[in-house]
Design a protein around this ligand. Structure first.
Ligand SMILES: NC(=O)c1ccc[n+]([C@@H]2O[C@H](COP(=O)([O-])OP(=O)(O)OC[C@H]3O[C@@H](n4cnc5c(N)ncnc54)[C@H](O)[C@@H]3O)[C@@H](O)[C@H]2O)c1
Length: 346
């Protein structure tokens, strides 16, 4: 069986997902596309065969030839499409963020709980990266003891001038926040923002680098360094200090080259290169689960938690104080999916 997927929003990541659904993965095809920029939708569809173009996302979701929906439009538009997907009883893959406000995420959680089954997966692709999965497996095995501290660094070579410090917390740190919750298996209860010496490479309005501290409910402390103008490449680092050992991401270069008395490897140029395989694995697992009539991966609850924590991070930035993170009680629907997105535990 082939899963007919409809894609809402065919910008940068929407087109990348269409490429993998069409040329890389098995079991799915793109059946329909839409974009507020209809000309863009038409030009993307022109490269594919038998794809319907819809004028609106709502129309695409109602299309009976669409079995499942990918939402890859701008963040503030996610809520209405995810809610419509749930209403239609269709599985939805939503790029992060699930929604841009806590209230919108709660409406999605409520709708899914009312539907009585999981219909939404959020695109936190790091959970599908071989390195992070190996870290998680090491922690689950327990052979280095309980985690104590997680150091995470997210470094971009450069960012467009439109990026703001709020945006660094919402769009950049959000991946570190999700992977921290997943790796140490605990919720965030408090956050603080620290401002190191500013890089001369950063635009004047930006705090770059910044350090976001997360206090987890189980006592683990997480420091997230976000540096967005490092120039040398896209570098994702992570190390967990545990009671009797450490586990850290290896360098992502598959080979080391030695020549003329030196050794080195490639630093990825951007997130697409660094996480290309993670996106493929993420989508293949989603396709397989949807086809089997089940659900998998980061849930609406994970999307809600991430948005609540990024809100608190922005509050901590504004006030210069610790911001407490308070979440509603987790609905039972999500408790059975603890550890979702890991290898073998969901
Ligand atoms: N997982 C990741 O690492 C990752 C990476 C990049 C982007 N994203 C997320 O993916 C989403 C899209 O990002 P992008 O970089 O592709 O942006 P983009 O601007 O390149 O593309 C977004 C597309 O959505 C369209 N669009 C906007 N509003 C719409 C609406 N109401 N209905 C239909 N189409 C609409 C735009 O016209 C555009 O073509 C964002 O939420 C972003 O945060 C996630």
């Amino acid at each position: 069986v082939t899963l007919n997927v409809g894609v809402i929003g065919v910008g940068m990541i929407g087109q990348d997902h269409i490429r993998r659904l069409t040329h890389v993965l098995s079991g799915a095809r793109v059946a329909a596309v839409t974009d507020v920029d209809l000309e863009r939708a038409k030009s993307v569809a022109a490269d594919l065969s038998g794809v319907r173009i819809h004028e609106t996302g709502q129309e695409l979701i109602r299309d009976e030839g669409v079995d499942a929906v990918v939402v890859a439009s701008w963040g503030p538009t996610h809520e209405e499409y995810v809610l419509a997907g749930i209403e239609a009883g269709k599985q939805v893959f939503c790029e992060k963020p699930l929604a841009t406000t806590r209230e919108a995420c709660e409406r999605i959680v409520d709708a899914e709980v009312a539907a009585g089954r999981r219909l939404v997966m959020v695109g936190f692709m790091r959970r599908y990266d071989d390195g992070y999965r190996a870290m998680k497996d090491t922690l689950l095995r327990g052979d280095i003891g309980a985690p104590l501290v997680f150091h995470s660094a997210h470094r971009n070579p450069s960012v467009p001038p439109s990026v703001t410090t709020d945006g660094v917390i919402v769009d950049t740190c959000v991946h570190d926040i999700d992977i921290a919750r997943w790796l140490v298996d605990s919720e965030v209860v408090g956050t603080q923002l620290l401002n190191p010496r500013r890089s001369n490479r950063a635009a004047e309005h930006l705090q770059d680098p910044l350090i976001l501290l997360l206090e987890m409910a189980n006592g683990v402390l997480v420091d997230i360094e976000a540096s967005i103008n490092v120039g040398y490449g896209y570098d994702i680092r992570g190390e967990v200090l545990a009671e009797s050992g450490t586990v850290e991401l290896a360098e992502s270069s598959p080979v080391i080259v030695k020549r003329e008395g030196r050794y080195g490897g490639r630093v990825p140029s951007d997130w697409r290169e660094r996480f290309i395989r993670a996106y493929d694995v993420e989508f293949q697992e989603w396709i397989d689960a949807v086809t089997a009539g089940t659900s998998t991966g980061p849930s609406s609850w994970d999307g809600y938690a991430a948005t609540v924590v990024t809100d608190a991070g922005i509050e901590a930035m504004r006030t210069g104080q610790r911001a407490a993170v308070s979440m509603r009680e987790q609905p039972d629907l999500y408790k059975t999916m603890a550890g979702s997105g890991s290898t073998g535990t969901d």
